[in-house]
Design a protein around this ligand. Structure first.
Ligand code: BES
Ligand code: MN
Ligand code: ZN
Length: 510
């Protein structure tokens, strides 16, 4: 992440800094302060809207340059007809940020005011616009040493053209600033996840990843890092089989947040696949597009970001996040197709394809998580299969679960946050597809239903814990662009799971 966007809250009546951005409801209705600006410019805004036939019905904006009678370089009026849902407000905030950033100036002011905001309070409107703007402002430029020239290709241009300060003018600036400070923790979590996924694998091996997570102690998390000797003592044979081809040793990291009233209350539990780079191993992947496999730790990145968010906003819950960090490489010491490994659970696995490695890593970490923590639920996140992208594209993550309540809660949180999940089937017939002649199971199930047989494999390592598996291969990286995400790494899942916890798990267990 580069220099973060500064956000300030000021009174609605304060003199604007930089470009002034106003909101209009349907049919170009303006709030009281915005009307005042219109009057001071002798109705210039209303006339401009007429001239442009701008009705502020959907997404869109008009611009007035150097308005007479006002000391601002430009006014942008954006349509804000629907702000009743949190997601609408975040997306609008992101859009407004882009409107400001596309123009000159290092500061811009958004007047968070509408004549009729439905049931939404001024404070909520201001805070959500700010959060959306902040999410949109992210860019990964740490390896760029040169400024692109004026008029350079879009790819070479910086995401932010000097806009470094965003002022939100609102009726209740103090209250908004306070609530923003608490909810900004979620953005910090999203940015951490995006940073980790964007980072190239030469800079982020299992050890470096674990070191980054150890730094989260500063945020109030308890963090344990297990090295390869300890993992061998713990009998994580499936995970270590994947790691053995790389010169960079494996790590497993356990992050704990104790936020519930009782320290002993059962935790909610999240497990992430952290393959820092997936070459496929001896069953090697083709060259084209292999660079994307630096993002094969997107599940682990999300778990890290979520734990940071929960700690940052002092969530009233006990939560534990675990990540299995390995590199999948071909080498003279790599695992071979046909090798049989013994997982921590005692179950044996015939490794028929070394590219189906994520499930091997998760099998041991999920088993350990249940043995040690006896969690209320376990949710794993993994960039697990290309097959889930074939099935769902990039709009939805695949959801697999043994628990209807947990699955429904996740679906609802997905609709609310825009990080959507689609439930896929599990069942005996699919489970049979991973039976092996030579061991308790094999790590691939054949061509058909590839995302499902991967989930069935994981389920063999779930005891009677309520469990959900999210296959995020299509959503964590190379993601669909939106008004709050323009990057390759989306940070997908942090907002979803934070919402799940906030809505259902921050009260004592019944
Ligand atoms: N990391 C990949 C899955 C993946 C593919 C993630 C594309 C993101 C984008 C995973 O380890 C993998 O290689 N899966 C194989 C499984 C197969 C060998 C059974 C796949 O999907 O092809
Ligand atoms: Mn693979
Ligand atoms: Zn993988």
């Amino acid at each position: 992440m580069s220099q973060q966007l500064e956000v300030h809250f000021v009174a609605a009546s304060a003199a604007p800094q930089g470009a002034l951005i106003l909101l209009a409801g349907a049919d170009f209705t303006l709030g009281a302060t915005a009307k005042g600006y219109d009057e001071r410019t002798k109705g210039m805004l209303t006339r401009a809207a007429h001239a442009a036939e701008f009705k502020a019905k959907g997404k869109g904006a008009i611009e007035v340059l150097a308005p007479a009678g006002l000391d601002v370089p430009r006014i942008v009026v954006a349509g804000a007809a629907s702000v009743s849902k949190e997601l609408d407000r975040l997306l609008l905030g992101g859009y407004l940020y882009a409107q400001a950033a596309a123009r000159k100036g290092e500061a811009a002011t958004i007047l968070a005011e509408l004549a009729d905001a439905g049931g939404t309070s001024q404070e909520t409107l201001a805070v959500d616009l700010a959060l959306g703007a902040l999410l949109r402002s992210y860019s990964f430029k740490k390896y760029r040493t040169k400024k692109p020239e004026e008029g350079a290709e879009a790819d070479a241009a910086p995401a932010r053209d000097g806009l470094s300060r965003l002022v939100i003018a609102t009726a209740k600036p103090e209250a908004a600033a306070k609530s923003f400070a608490a909810r900004k923790a979620i953005v910090d979590g999203v940015f951490l996840a995006r940073d980790l996924v964007n980072e190239p694998a030469n800079a982020l091996g299992p050890v470096e990843f674990a070191d980054r997570l150890a730094q989260l102690r500063e945020a109030g998390l308890e963090v344990d890092v297990f090295d390869e000797t300890q993992l061998a003592e713990m009998k994580m044979g499936a995970l270590l089989g994947v790691a053995q081809g790389s010169v960079r040793p494996a790590r497993v990291v356990v992050m704990q947040w104790h936020g519930a009233k009782s320290k002993r209350a059962k935790p909610v539990c999240f497990v992430g696949k952290g393959v820092v780079f997936d070459t496929g191993g001896i069953s090697m992947k083709p060259a084209a597009g292999m660079e994307d496999m630096k993002g094969d730790m997107g599940g682990a990145a999300c778990v890290a970001g979520l734990m940071l968010a929960l700690a940052g906003r002092k969530a009233a819950v006990n939560a534990v996040g675990l990540v299995g960090l390995v590199e999948n490489m071909p080498s003279g010491n790599a695992q071979r197709p046909g090798d049989i490994v013994t997982s921590m659970s005692g179950q044996t696995i015939e490794v028929l394809n070394t590219d189906a490695e994520g499930r091997l890593v998760l099998a041991d970490v999920m088993w350990y998580a249940q043995e040690r923590f006896k969690p209320r639920f376990l949710i794993d996140l993994a960039t697990l299969t290309g097959a889930i992208i074939v099935a769902l594209g990039k709009e939805y993550a695949g959801l697999f679960s043994n628990d209807d309540k947990l699955a429904d809660e996740l679906s609802d949180a997905g609709e609310a946050t825009g990080e959507k999940v689609w439930r896929m089937p599990l069942g005996k017939a699919y489970d049979k597809m991973i039976d092996s002649k030579n061991a308790d199971m094999k790590n691939i199930g054949g061509r058909n239903g590839g995302a499902i047989t991967a989930a069935q494999f994981l389920q063999r390592f779930i005891k009677d814990t309520p469990w959900a598996h999210l296959d995020v291969a299509g959503t964590a990286m190379d993601s669909v662009k939106s008004d709050i995400n323009q990057g390759w790494a989306s940070g997908w899942g942090v907002r979803l799971l934070d919402r799940l916890v906030a809505d259902h798990y921050e009260k004592p267990e019944k």
